[in-house]
Design a protein around this ligand. Structure first.
Ligand SMILES: CCCn1cc(-c2nc(Nc3ccc(C(=O)NC)cc3)nc3[nH]ccc23)cn1
Length: 303
């Protein structure tokens, strides 16, 4: 029988070789390491998320994040590998598969000229499928944004950070957050800003922002936060930025269509940004719409 090295779900700190930084997530930083028990550099490359050594509450959040990601098994969600205890079980790290192409933002900036609408729609449908799976597990992500999407290959992206993810209670349709923390309000649905209410429908709003980021190739000048602040104007007096943002959304303002964005894609974004959460599409509607656009484009290309 072939004896193969079963990937451990317990990683020993002494065999972890630090290589370099990969990025910052919620509550922690992610490092590239090689797990090299044989000590001959033949070990596998892994991504290790370490908890920032500060307030105790982060430890509970981190343990919830580990609980979340270890329960997810989907091609469009970054894979959990295990945990690594260090400092005598005092601190622990989350071990995940290493995705070599890095963040979606960096990838689109670097490869803009050879990523066409078809590929952007493929990425959008993969994120949508990942979110459909998350919804089927009663999770709300609460931080769906291009910064939390990673590129596994030229034709595969994965959702990669579950630091803010919560489970919707069985008797409710939404999760109400008590401590908003430093929230990414420019990706938030209005009800999340005004009532701290998070649901699959608020994740759909954020998915609309991710569509916008995809078709803007994550260009700095079109960054959602930048355009919203421009629209709000720089008068920081009066109501907080959050209330200014809700007001302009209530008045009907939305992010503008990115240059060369197909009209049907922009109208999908606008559907996701329906002020009333019930009017927003579901992730399965969106997936159907994206599939249709891809097929029609293919017909068009043939025609
Ligand atoms: C999502 C926010 C938190 N975060 C997670 C990661 C991460 N990165 C990578 N690969 C990666 C990253 C960057 C680059 C690069 O070239 N940069 C200039 C190349 C490869 N694999 C990962 N597996 C699990 C998490 C994770 C990075 N930040």
């Amino acid at each position: 029988n072939l004896s193969y090295q079963q990937e451990p779900s317990q990683y020993e700190e002494r065999h972890l070789r630090y290589i370099g930084p990969l990025g910052k997530g919620n509550f922690g930083s992610v490092e590239l390491c090689r797990y090299d028990p044989l000590g001959d550099n033949t070990g596998e490359l892994i991504a290790v998320k370490r908890l920032q050594p500060n307030k105790q509450s982060n430890m509970e959040d981190f343990q919830r994040e580990i609980q979340t990601i270890s329960s997810l098994h989907c091609d469009y969600i970054v894979k959990y590998r295990g945990i690594c205890y260090s400092m005598g079980r005092l601190s622990m790290s989350l071990v995940m598969e290493y995705l070599p192409y890095g963040s979606l933002i960096g990838y689109l900036e670097k490869n803009r000229q050879n990523v066409n609408n078809k590929r952007l729609l493929l990425f959008a449908s993969q994120i949508c499928k990942g979110m459909e799976y998350l919804q089927s597990m009663r999770y709300v992500h609460r931080d769906l944004a291009a910064r939390n999407i990673l590129v596994a290959s030229e034709t595969l992206v994965k959702i990669a950070d579950f630091g803010l993810t919560k489970i919707i209670p069985l008797d409710k349709e939404y999760y109400r957050v008590t401590h908003p923390g430093e929230s990414p309000i420019f990706w938030y649905a209005p009800e999340s800003i005004t009532e701290s209410k998070f649901s699959h429908k608020s994740d759909v709003w954020s998915f609309g922002i991710v569509l916008y980021e995809l078709f803007s190739y994550c260009e700095h000048s079109r960054n959602p936060k930048r355009l919203c602040l421009q629209k709000i104007g720089n008068d920081m007096q009066g109501p907080s930025i959050a209330m200014h943002l809700v007001n302009i959304l209530k008045d009907g303002w939305r992010l503008p269509g990115p240059p060369h964005c197909p009209p049907r894609v922009y109208s999908m974004m606008l559907d996701c940004w329906a002020y009333s959460s019930e009017e927003r599409p579901t992730f399965s509607n969106l997936e159907e719409q994206i599939k249709t656009i891809i097929q029609d484009d293919r017909e068009g290309a043939k025609g």
